[in-house]
Each structure stands twice: as C-alpha cells, then as structure tokens.
Design a binder for this molecule. Structure first.
Ligand code: ADP
Length: 468
C-alpha cells in the first residue's frame, strides 16, 4: 500500500504558507517510519534546477482534447516528488497560486485529472491523501472515472475559506458533469469543489480539534457548516507537527547564536540576548533590553492585520520594539501600515523572508498572532520551540496548542480593546514578573511539537480507510 500525497505546495520548493510545511513534514515522518509514500505536485515554472531521476511523457485524452503531460520524478531529501507538467503554459507563474482565480481553477482541475491518469498507468495499490480545494474534485473523479484506482481518499482541510468555485464549463475540461451535491450554497448556479470533496472523501480531517468543531458553526463555516455537520461522522482533528530538524535552534544556520532547550537557563537567555542584539543591529533598532515583539505572517484579513497595526501603535506607549514580517499584502494593506508614524522601534518588511523569519523567532521575546480564525497555525509552534512566547487569539489551533499563562498569553475578542488588554498584561509580566515570564518561555521550549504523534494519527486513519 502506497500513500499518494496530492498537493499544490511542498516546502521549500513551492511554499506560500503552512500547507507546504505540513505536506513536507508529514511525508518526511511517514518515510522515516517505513510508510511507502510519494508526492504529486504541479511543475510550476518557478521550480527549476532540481535534478530529475526520471522524465516520462504521456498522452491522455480528456475534455475533447489530447493532452501532452510530463512527469518529472525528483528525489527530494529521500522523498519521491513527481512534478506534473502540461505542454501549455498552465503552470507558468511566480508563486503556487496565480493572481487570477480562473487560472487556478483551470490549472488545478487539469492537475487533478492528469495526476489520476498517470497513477492509473502504474497499477499500484494506493490511497490518496488530498489537501484543500485544489485537489478536492478528486473523490468525484474517482467515483465517475477511476473507480478501481485507489483504496480510498483522505481529504485534509487546511483552510476552509478557499473552496474552488467553478462553472459547468470549467468542469467539462476534465469531463465532469456537475451534480446537485456540488452546487454552491451561496451561488447555486456555480459549483463548489471543496463541498464535493467533503461529501465524497472516505475520511475528512482538519488541522486541530477546535477548528474541527468551529467549522460546524455559522461563525467559521463559510456556508459549509451544515454539509460538514452531516459528514462529521468521518471528521477528525489532527494538530500539525513541525520538522524537528529544520526548526531546530541548535542547528539553525540563520541564528547568530544557536541554543538548545536543554541548556541551563542562564546560557539560554544569553544566547537569546545575543540573537536579539544581532537582530536589533541588522534592523537599525537601538540596542536595548526592551521587549521585542514580532509578527511573522501572511498579511491577509485572516491574520488580523488591523489588530497587528493596533499593537504597533501601542509600541511607543508600552515601550517595546516591533518587527512585522508580512508577506502577500495588497497595496491597500501596505498603505495602511505605511501611514504609521516613523519610529526607531518599529520595522516592517513586506517580503517573504525565510532567513529573517528564523532570526526573528530566535531573537524575539514574544510573537503576536491575532488571527480571526486559525485552523492550526505553525508560527506559535515555531516560536515556542525558539523560546519566544506567543500572544494569540483563543481560536482554532492556537487555542489547542497554547495554554494561557502556562505557555503563552491568550485573548478572546478580535478587537482593539482586547489587544490593549493582552499587550498590557504581557508587558506587565515581562517587566514586573521576569521569573514567571522565563517560566512561560521554558514551558514552551519543552513542548513536543514533532511530527511523531500526528503521523501516527494519520497512519491510523489510513488503516481505517483500508479496512473499511
Ligand atoms: P498560514 O499557513 O495560514 O500562512 P501558518 O502559521 O500555518 O500560517 O504557517 C505560516 C508559515 O509561513 C510558517 O512557516 C511561517 O514561518 C511562514 N511565514 C509566514 N509569513 C512569512 C514571511 N513573511 N516570511 C517568511 N516566512 C513566513
């Protein structure tokens, strides 16, 4: 039995956010525990210079056309990754998701059908693990076009907001006739790929228990709450892990001074101080013992950008330094942050900057994560592993992985009053109760957020599918 991960992100070769880390980390752990597993990913044009072990070209007929499809197999750190390409410019882009939703619909529908066609030539016993809306049409394809291809499918929802809304004409490109079950709830004349996947997959998972409960409510369900409720007999919450080698402060090449949770407290604090000084120097901040707060995030509405902005406005009053590393922002969002008064204790970088992210995690005193919703969240897990205390909204995976005053600071409401309250509270601990602050950081360092347990939980679900 081989597990086939079908996905649109894979760290670090095609990464926008946590999904990429999750597919890489889970697959690596599965391989290490002896599970046979392969990955299928689109061959985006920005992926280059990977040595391929095998190139195969196929001709498949679907959607009234003959398609020339190439599969490049790559050995990526012991993981077999199959990059699926089209002879047309479908995957020509600079990031996994294009700027126009229609391009994504066309390219991911193609990717799903092409991947199943390739798998069908191999005649192996397989189980499919699907990730988010771009692959959620696959259970429908299995039902109507490939009934004997796989032993079943597990669909993981990493973010319910994006659902793949398409038309009858779009689906015709891969010979799918829309059904009543696929009709979108908000726009009944359109079709919803995620809704289809939720109903037809063998098992459904999401990335924390709290999010599994939240998506069955109208507040977090994005109109799919009733469909999810009807299917909750097969729904499970599995919290994401972290790649223990990549996110390891002892061997992290981007840190000025490496450190380990097993060091005596005084040594560990000294290493964090060295990193903090290095970051302050690099960013042109005054060198000081003032608290240093970071935010490492995509700057989208999900992540509470206006609440981050509010915390930055408080920096002067509460006397802390603030680094915002925020990617994926719109010009409007940038304008909002650029209006902030220029100060020598605030720094903003709008890029996706892996080295700076690592140095931030290894240097900061706290990270602010005021998400409006958060399926799991990785930045709080990374921060805790690097001795940086999360200050986060009590929702989804943040609620499941942080405990108030034990490993971080939690607040309830997504509003400015709550930010005022939590920042005052956290800064009071930092200044007046340093021993408690250190204990909270130490508790976070002790947490096992490896992939070991989640990989076992996924393996158990794969087994259940096979036995059912
Ligand atoms: P999401 O998947 O919703 O973006 P997560 O917290 O699950 O949020 O994962 C975010 C991942 O992306 C983490 O590995 C984080 O370090 C990284 N990341 C987010 N924004 C940036 C950025 N601007 N620069 C570098 N890394 C970033």
């Amino acid at each position: 039995m081989k597990i086939i991960q079908i996905c649109t992100e894979f760290a670090p070769i095609a990464k926008v956010g946590g999904l990429a880390d999750v597919v890489y980390g889970l697959t690596k752990e599965l391989v290490e525990t002896g599970v046979e597993v392969e990955v299928y990913l689109p061959k985006y044009s920005f992926i280059n210079s990977l040595p391929s072990n095998e190139i195969k070209t196929y001709k498949f007929k679907f959607g009234n056309r003959t398609h020339l499809i190439t599969s490049l197999s790559v050995d990526f750190k012991g993981i077999k990754v199959n990059l699926v390409d089209s002879s047309t410019p479908l995957f020509h882009r600079t990031s996994p998701y294009s700027k126009t939703p229609q391009t994504d619909i066309d390219s991911f529908l193609f990717f799903c059908r092409a991947t199943l066609e390739i798998l069908a030539t191999k005649k192996e016993t397989i189980l499919l693990h699907l990730h988010d809306w771009p692959t959620a049409i696959i259970p429908q394809l299995l039902k109507t076009h490939f009934p004997n291809l796989a032993r079943g499918s597990l669909l993981t929802i990493h973010n319910l907001e994006f659902q793949g809304i398409c038309t009858k004409k779009d689906l015709a490109q891969i010979d799918i006739l829309p059904t009543k079950e696929m009709a979108d709830i908000e726009q009944p004349l359109k079709f919803n790929m995620l809704k289809s996947g939720i109903q037809l997959c063998s098992k459904l998972t999401t990335v924390s228990n709290s999010y599994a409960n939240e998506i069955q409510t109208s507040q977090y369900g994005w109109w799919l709450q009733d469909v999810i409720k009807e299917n909750n007999y097969k729904l499970h919450g599995i919290v994401n892990g972290l790649d223990s080698l990549y996110w390891n402060p002892l061997v992290d090449k981007y840190l000025h001074t490496p450190f380990s949770p097993h060091m005596p407290t005084s040594e560990l604090l000294q290493a964090k101080h060295h990193n903090k000084r290095a970051l302050q120097k690099q960013l042109g901040f005054p060198i000081s013992h003032k608290p240093l707060i970071i935010s490492v995030t995509r700057l989208t509405s999900q992540k509470g950008p206006d609440l981050i902005l509010h915390a930055m406005k408080l920096a002067k009053k509460l006397d802390y330094q603030f680094v915002l590393l925020g990617s994926e922002s719109t010009p409007k969002m940038k304008m909002m942050f650029d209006k902030l008064e220029k100060q020598d204790n605030i720094f903003i970088d709008y890029t996706y900057n892996e080295p700076l992210a690592h140095l931030c995690f290894g240097s900061a005193d706290a990270i602010l994560i005021p998400s409006i919703f958060e399926p799991c969240g990785l930045t709080q897990l990374i921060a805790m592993r690097y001795g940086t205390i999360p200050i986060a909204r009590k929702t989804g995976g943040l609620q499941d992985t942080i405990s108030d005053l034990e490993t971080g600071f939690l607040f309830n409401d997504p509003d400015e009053a709550a930010i005022d309250w939590v920042m005052h509270r956290a800064m009071n601990y930092f200044s007046n109760y340093p021993e408690s602050w250190e204990k909270i950081a130490r508790n976070g360092l002790k947490i096992d957020s490896s992939w070991k347990l989640p990989a076992q939980q996924y393996t158990a679900l794969y087994q259940e599918i096979i036995l059912s």
